[in-house]
Design a protein around this ligand. Structure first.
Ligand code: URA
Length: 247
């Protein structure tokens, strides 16, 4: 397996310029497997390497694949207009990986500021494209709380297809079921602007303003119960294998 110098490992993981990374090592702020290493040119097998920088544990990832439990009140933009950016919820190295203009991870699609739930992020352009392209039909499951009671006619219309104002072709839910008096779960395979809110409006109901929309699942990945709003974690090898197999 190929080895890399410690300073290059830190650089690739977003810890700053090569000079900053070399400095961190020389100052004795980096440990590998619990042992301080102060030689920036020391070689290690990067894949799977566990190290710490200023006492914080890290693991080397050639590409970054993460899930975030998006809380309400955050914008999925690098340059938010009104609310803080979801990117502020991630540690600086994850935001800076790769350096340059297109640094860091990017969200796979966007959720509205008031929507909560599962958001994937990556710095792998192919992965982002595959997960977000309408051609790939990756199903996304939304839990909706509506302002008015949900009835069978609304469910039927959502499944049959509704016309939104920007396209004469109807959009339909791949699956839709009532889950409570005012609640339904809706599966979409596209991601048009405000699609859930506009579909619910098109059947004469409305998504509740606060806590009305939550994304519970993308393809084979569900939001884990123990990932609280604002928390993130790396996707595991099993998560990635299941997405590759089933979307
Ligand atoms: N549909 C919406 O209307 N908003 C979202 O955030 C996601 C899907």
């Amino acid at each position: 397996m190929a080895t890399m110098q410690l300073q290059d490992i830190l650089f690739s993981q977003g810890f700053g310029t090569r000079r900053v990374c070399a400095g961190l090592v020389q100052q004795g702020l980096v440990a590998v497997a619990g042992v301080t290493c102060d030689d920036p040119a020391m070689e290690f097998i990067a894949e799977g390497l566990r190290f710490s920088v200023q006492g914080v544990d890290w693991e080397y990832h050639e590409k970054a694949y993460l899930m975030l439990h998006k809380p309400a009140g955050y914008e999925c933009s690098q340059k938010p207009s009104t609310y803080p950016s979801i990117y502020t919820l991630l540690p600086a190295p994850i935001r800076q990986r790769g350096g340059g203009a297109a640094a860091g991870v990017q969200a796979v699609g966007r959720l509205d500021q008031d929507t909560t739930g599962l958001l994937l992020l990556s710095d792998d352009g192919k992965f982002i494209h595959r997960m977000s392209s309408p051609k790939h039909h990756v199903p996304k499951v939304y839990e909706v709380r509506a302002k008015h009671p949900v009835d069978d006619a609304q469910i039927r219309k959502l499944l049959a297809g509704v016309v939104l104002d920007d396209d004469p072709r109807p959009v339909r839910a791949a699956a839709c079921e009532k889950s409570g008096e005012n609640d339904l779960s809706l599966t979409l395979t596209e991601g048009k602007y405000h699609q859930v809110k506009r579909m619910i409006a098109a059947v004469g109901n409305r998504v509740e303003d606060v806590g009305g929309l939550h994304r519970a699942r993308i393809g084979s990945l569900s939001l884990p119960d123990d990932l609280k709003p604002g928390q993130w974690r790396w996707l595991t090898a099993a998560d990635l294998a299941s997405i590759a197999a089933r979307g």
